[in-house]
Design a protein around this ligand. Structure first.
Ligand SMILES: *[C@@H]1O[C@H](CO)[C@@H](O)[C@H](O)[C@H]1NC(C)=O
Ligand SMILES: *[C@@H]1O[C@H](CO)[C@@H](O)[C@H](O)[C@H]1NC(C)=O
Ligand SMILES: *[C@@H]1O[C@H](CO)[C@@H](O)[C@H](O)[C@H]1NC(C)=O
Ligand SMILES: *[C@@H]1O[C@H](CO)[C@@H](O)[C@H](O)[C@H]1NC(C)=O
Ligand SMILES: *[C@@H]1O[C@H](CO)[C@@H](O)[C@H](O)[C@H]1NC(C)=O
Length: 455
């Protein structure tokens, strides 16, 4: 069940000394849900398990008899709900299963001198107790690492029924075999736990901590330190930084520490800081993606749909007969700032207007600087992140003119509110659906999860 919990945590996949820009918090409610799902999964998995053969000898009045139990499969497993809790002491989880009983069947064979006998058997194992403590660590390369700290396995009793061959002769000797069989099973419990933890560890180490988001940006999500485990929750800090794939330039700002809000009653919360948003904006900027050349054709194509009379208003005809172009580009990376449920975006851009001669060379006309400030609010409805955007401030200043001084219409509009109608689906992991999600402030999403379909 630990597999499930940890893998679910790390579906997103250490950068010492850097503040995490994304935090993921798993509450006790989340842990208990993960355990419940994991227990069902283990129950299913046990149906397909074949156990190692058990070999031994017992002595009789006539000499030693050696026996082998082989092809042992689990026929029924009464799997009690395990107990899983956070372990602050070991910075991980403590899992215990008590009073597990398992029914098995397989084949028996005995060898007594030259006499070989064989048949089938049914076995019941009672009172299996397993306690496991695993430690979670963030490795220097940013991967989450899981290791076994404590393991203890106990078996109370077994009962065996032999069938076929001279089983009626050997059945009374089962009594002598029992102690050995109990010990063989007990000895196998912790190595099996260890193997499954190592398997999980190799999955964790193989996970990517960096993803290409699109052709321009990559997102780096290594752990920024070891998970912080408290008695009631577990917090993972992730670097959460976007880079331009092309330049991989480090932005000229750093991530600041932030606190996850305490929202009781949810399984999982994820907080994204403004640093993550700003690194994405910087990534686009440093890749030179925040620029566009607007031609008169583009403008008239757009304007035709709105108002055919409007052509010429946006691009005044300074050189009648010559088409104009506007080169628009960001002069700095746009910046986001977050405060409770408001996100502000400031975009600084420059516009260069030119006239294009028939032989293709362009004549510079004028340049203006533009500052646009937007305010947004976001919320979650119908499993989608939705929002509204308001224009706070729009400032236009004349930067240069090759056509003599003229007055720009310095607009200061505010209050234009636009709903982002469609909304963006909340991120989904394969087979896991967020339910009952809320946004507190713009930065933290708290959600319950529902597993749609296990393997
Ligand atoms: C990790 O990333 C590499 C390259 O980006 C990719 O080829 C590989 O499939 C990824 N592995 C996983 C497990 O996603
Ligand atoms: C996590 O647990 C600690 C200690 O129990 C508690 O102080 C903190 O408020 C919890 N955080 C959240 C977000 O629930
Ligand atoms: C966002 O912009 C508004 C209006 O300009 C301002 O009052 C507010 O303080 C800004 N908030 C942040 C977090 O920058
Ligand atoms: C284009 O034509 C203009 C005059 O109409 C001339 O001044 C300019 O040098 C020409 N440019 C090229 C690249 O031929
Ligand atoms: C708009 O921004 C400019 C500077 O870019 C500033 O001088 C002005 O006070 C701002 N106006 C409002 C209403 O925030």
């Amino acid at each position: 069940m630990l597999h499930f919990v940890i893998v679910a945590l790390m579906l997103l996949p250490h950068t010492c000394g850097q503040n995490p820009a994304i935090q993921v918090l798993l509450t006790n409610k989340g842990l208990q849900y993960g355990k419940h799902v994991g227990a069902e999964w283990i129950q299913d998995m046990l149906d397909h398990v074949t156990l190692p053969d058990i070999q031994g000898t017992f002595s009789t009045l006539f000499g030693p008899v050696s026996y082998t139990l082989s092809g042992i499969t689990i026929t029924k497993c009464d799997f009690p709900e395990p107990n899983v809790e956070y372990s602050q002491e070991y910075s991980g989880f403590k899992t215990s299963i008590t009073d597990l009983s398992v029914a098995l069947s397989g084949n028996w064979a005995t060898k007594f001198g030259i006499l070989h006998e064989s048949g089938s058997f049914d076995m019941a194992i009672f009172g299996v107790d397993v306690t496991s403590v695993v430690k979670l660590e963030g490795k220097a390369d940013g991967h989450l690492s899981v290791s076994s700290i404590i393991c203890d396995g106990e078996v109370q009793d077994v009962d065996i029924r032999l069938y076929g061959g001279f089983s009626w002769i050997f059945q009374p000797f089962v009594h002598y075999m029992k102690g050995h069989i109990i010990e063989e099973i007990r000895k196998n419990i912790c190595p099996a736990v260890q193997t499954s933890i190592e398997e999980l560890e190799s999955h964790l180490q193989a996970m990517n901590v960096s993803f290409d988001v699109n052709q321009v940006l990559s997102l780096e999500l290594p752990l920024s330190g070891s998970p912080v485990v408290s008695p009631s929750n577990l917090t993972l800090g992730l670097k959460g930084e976007f880079y331009s794939i092309q330049t991989h330039a480090e932005p000229p700002f750093k991530s600041k520490p932030f606190m996850m809000p305490n929202i009781p009653g949810y399984m999982l919360s994820a907080g994204v800081s403004e640093f993550t948003l700003n690194s994405a904006a910087y990534g686009y900027f440093s890749a030179g993606k925040l620029q566009i050349l607007i031609t008169e054709k583009m403008v008239s194509a757009v304007m035709k749909n709105i108002n055919t009379q409007a052509e010429g208003v946006f691009l005044p005809k300074l050189f009648p007969g010559l088409p104009m172009t506007l080169q628009v580009y960001a002069t700095e990376a746009p910046t986001f700032s977050l405060q409770s449920d408001i996100v502000n975006l400031t975009v600084r851009a420059a516009v260069k207007a030119s006239a294009v001669e028939s032989n293709g060379s362009s004549i510079p006309l004028f340049g203006v600087n533009v500052v646009v400030m937007l305010s947004g609010k976001m919320w979650i409805a119908d499993g989608k992140v939705k929002g509204s955007v308001m224009l706070n401030n729009f400032t236009l200043t004349l930067a240069s003119t090759q056509v003599g001084p003229f007055k720009v219409d310095e607009k200061k509009t505010s209050g234009v509110s636009e709903k982002l109608a469609e909304g963006v689906m909340l991120p989904r992991m394969k087979r896991i659906q967020p339910v009952n999600s809320i946004l507190t402030g713009f930065i933290a999403i708290s959600s319950d999860a529902q597993v749609l379909d296990m393997l």
